[in-house]
Design a protein around this ligand. Structure first.
Ligand SMILES: NC(=O)c1ccc[n+]([C@@H]2O[C@H](COP(=O)([O-])OP(=O)(O)OC[C@H]3O[C@@H](n4cnc5c(N)ncnc54)[C@H](O)[C@@H]3O)[C@@H](O)[C@H]2O)c1
Length: 333
């Protein structure tokens, strides 16, 4: 199987800290790097052993190369859309961080172009790939669980980014959008979505999002900008009939089923198939460092570039998440 040659655009915080280190763990050659900021570009080049001649400031120059099999990028919403369309036009598979575009309409353009040209696009919705979320989703989608009745979840952040200039666009596009992909991934297609908002003080916004799902269940998602990022800020639970799955802080899974009371049972024990199953990673193991899911997500991107059929968060999923986000925000005004 041949090494996948990637041209990467955007060497900012996220690419440098999360994505490029994972790329080094796959069978990928970082063929060329692009960033408009020379210092970032050169730092990334040194770290990842990319030849100085393959460091470019203009993304168009990177796209016109004939020695890359695919494009990866973590730049920002407007450029994700613009570069994404240009890469699809060139027939190059794309890994694009979320959000795939600044608006649902533009994310839809990307999805339409990808579908018309048959070019794979993978969006950086890594929450689907966190090991705990993957375990939980597999339980929910398995035969034993049955119909999913409700989703309840919380995905918070801090006011850090919003105190000076109170514009919540970044919160919506860079933070909330993740759960407008994860919730339908867990619960199935959304029939309707709306939201209520409460602003504690400027910069500290709380949204309660209400979902109804096509298969009949209901859901509530709480997102907000008024919790410390120094604490765990993410948990969710899906309930079925006498069973529920809970994930805390993307690393602790609990599957509750229908055990009898144990207090008056002298032979009380833990029974296979009845009692609660718990999974946590062994954080001391010097292996499998992928609890947030970036490594697994990029692994699927490599498979897609090699032509394998894999269920990935694609451009259509990106457009769906952006459309649900916009519907929720419109109803909260
Ligand atoms: N999935 C996740 O967990 C996650 C986490 C953080 C960020 N992100 C996403 O990644 C993207 C980037 O975020 P970030 O925090 O790294 O931002 P950043 O500002 O640190 O990085 C963006 C980089 O793009 C470069 N850039 C800007 N315009 C350019 C152009 N025209 N040509 C080439 N390079 C250009 C900048 O110089 C910068 O180095 C955002 O869309 C964000 O939502 C995703």
């Amino acid at each position: 199987m041949r090494t996948v040659r990637i041209g990467w655009i955007g060497c900012g915080t996220h690419a440098m800290e999360m994505l490029l280190p994972q790329i080094a763990r796959h069978d990928i050659e970082l063929r060329a790097l692009c960033d408009s900021a020379r210092d970032r570009l050169e730092l990334a080049g040194r770290r990842h052993g990319v030849h100085p001649e393959d460091l470019v400031s203009d993304w168009r120059a990177l796209l016109s190369r004939d020695d890359v099999d695919a494009i990866g990028m973590a730049v920002g919403p407007g450029l994700h859309h613009e570069i994404g369309l240009a890469a699809i036009e060139r027939g190059l598979p794309v890994f694009v961080e979320k959000p795939p575009a600044p608006t649902a309409a533009k994310a839809g353009e990307l999805a339409d172009a990808a579908s018309k040209r048959g070019v794979p696009v993978v969006v950086g919705f890594m929450k689907r790939y966190s090991t705990a979320n993957r375990i939980a989703a597999n339980i929910l989608h398995g035969d034993e669980f049955g119909p999913r009745a409700s989703f309840l979840g919380e995905y918070m952040t801090a006011p850090t980014y919003f105190t000076k200039d109170v514009d919540y666009t970044g919160f919506y596009l860079h933070h909330c959008v993740h759960y407008f992909d994860l919730v339908p991934h867990l619960m199935g297609e959304v029939a309707s979505v709306s939201a209520r908002r409460h602003e504690l003080t400027p910069g500290k916004l709380l949204l309660h999002v209400d979902f109804r799902f096509v298969q009949g269940g209901i859901g509530t998602l709480v997102v907000g900008t008024h919790q410390s990022r120094g604490t765990p800020m993410e948990w969710w639970q899906v309930m079925g009939d006498h069973r529920r799955v809970e994930v805390r802080n993307v690393h602790e899974v609990r599957y509750f089923r229908n055990p009898p009371f144990k207090a008056s049972e002298p032979a009380a024990s833990l029974v296979d198939g009845v009692d609660t199953l718990v999974w946590e990673p062994n954080l001391t193991a010097a292996a499998n460092e992928d609890h947030k899911g970036y490594h697994a997500l990029l692994g699927d991107f490599v498979r897609v570039v090699r032509g394998e059929k894999v269920a990935v968060p694609d451009a259509a999923a990106g457009a769906r998440a952006m459309a649900l986000l916009e519907q929720a925000l419109a109803s909260a005004k």
